[in-house]
Design a protein around this ligand. Structure first.
Ligand SMILES: *[C@@H]1O[C@H](CO)[C@@H](O)[C@H](O)[C@H]1NC(C)=O
Ligand SMILES: *[C@@H]1O[C@H](CO)[C@@H](O)[C@H](O)[C@H]1NC(C)=O
Ligand SMILES: *[C@@H]1O[C@H](CO)[C@@H](O)[C@H](O)[C@H]1NC(C)=O
Length: 352
């Protein structure tokens, strides 16, 4: 009787015939060599052993070189990654999209994430801001600041005393801020009784020609973002409270206005009493600003600069004293203290 002791073991797996199935999945034929022992001569035990060999074949699929298995699929593998922003599209090849560039997507480039507008971008991300625009502090690329301030071209006010019975202006004082770069004008007046008030301003902002809008900027608007006139009465007497009012010409939540902004307001009931030593300050303030909308739908607001002019009317009702060479002083009624060619109050209109 021939008893086969099948001691079966795999001697070797021989790879042969590697071929590609789909470009990403490769397969090979694995050949297994099986060896088993049997007894050639038996007499109360086995005296001689023989071996049987046989081969089995199977096909093994695996991810080709440059690909990695991922949830049952073979995905291309980029061993150094794609910077967390790109996708690996082929072995060691990243598609970095619009925001980054470089072999491993390590370099940002001008895009909706790193907008260079209004400016000129030299790829990948060097940004030269247009005139009137600049980079906010700590920012090396974006031009999100308007560096040009609007000019207040006209800033004037008329304080009037209006007689309701006579339906007539009894007198008025007009103050005009000079248009010569002097931003604060101080004006003295020896009359303080007013009941009406007109105020006007004209501001202008020219941001120059903007560079071509890149594709990632959907829309933009820059100009005068806010305009207002604050008038304050600073009382000389500490027992009377100061007062501040604001005339709003344009609010910051409106669309910015390019070019000229005009603002004129009539205050029909000016109910403040002006006493000796009081200061009536008018501050005309205009700020530049704007926004752009990017291709991802986000909105970037631009910080601007403020242009202002101020007119200060000071009230002095105490007649001056005139001191002569002989060290005696008299009132203005005896002899005028000053001899001036022009009136001190420039456009004063008296009809008392
Ligand atoms: C302010 O100046 C403008 C232009 O010079 C003038 O038209 C306007 O009447 C003035 N307004 C007041 C309140 O004086
Ligand atoms: C500007 O004009 C005002 C009033 O007309 C004058 O007092 C001032 O000196 C001028 N300033 C300059 C810098 O010319
Ligand atoms: C009014 O304003 C002036 C100047 O800002 C200040 O010194 C003064 O204390 C104020 N007066 C009152 C009553 O608040």
């Amino acid at each position: 009787m021939k008893q086969i002791i099948a001691v079966c073991f795999v001697l070797a797996i021989v790879a042969s015939g590697v071929y590609t199935l789909t470009g990403t999945v490769c397969s090979r034929t694995a050949t297994r060599v099986h060896v088993s022992r049997y007894c050639k001569f038996w007499f109360l035990g086995c005296w001689s052993w023989g071996t049987h060999r046989y081969w089995s074949y199977s096909r093994v699929e695996y991810c080709c070189r440059g690909y990695r298995s991922n949830r049952g699929r073979c995905d291309p593998h980029c061993p150094r990654g794609c910077g967390g922003v790109g996708t690996c599209v082929a072995p060691s090849v990243c598609n970095c999209g619009q925001t980054h560039t470089g072999q491993h997507c390590g370099k940002p480039q001008c895009s909706y994430r790193f907008p260079c507008y209004p400016g000129i971008c030299s790829l990948p991300d060097h940004c030269e801001c247009a005139d009137s625009f600049g980079k906010p502090r700590g920012e090396s690329k974006k031009c999100n600041e308007i560096t040009k301030r609007p000019s207040v071209m006209i800033a004037n006010a008329s304080l009037e005393y209006y007689d309701n019975d006579r339906q007539d202006i009894i007198y008025s004082v007009t103050v005009v801020a000079p248009d010569n770069g002097t931003n604060t004008l101080t004006w003295w007046s020896n009359i303080g009784k007013f009941n009406r008030f007109d105020i006007a301003m004209e501001a202008f902002l020219d941001l120059g020609e903007l560079p071509h809008r890149p594709e990632y900027v959907r829309s933009d608007k820059f100009g005068i973002m806010s305009a207002h006139i604050d008038y304050t009465i600073t009382k000389a007497s500490h027992s009377v409270p100061n007062a501040t009012e604001r005339v709003i010409c344009q609010t910051a939540n409106q669309e910015p206005e390019s070019g000229v902004v005009n603002c004129a307001k009539h205050v029909p009931f000016f109910g403040y009493r002006l006493d000796n030593g009081d200061v009536f300050t008018m501050r005309f303030e205009v700020a530049s600003g704007g926004y752009m909308r990017l291709s991802d739908g986000s909105r970037t607001n631009f910080v601007g600069r403020t242009g202002a002019k101020e007119i200060r009317m000071k009230f002095d009702f105490i007649p001056p004293y005139h001191c002569r060479d002989d060290n005696t002083c008299g009132t203005v009624h005896e002899k005028p203290p000053l001899q001036v060619v022009n009136d001190i109050t420039r456009v004063t209109y008296f009809l008392l």
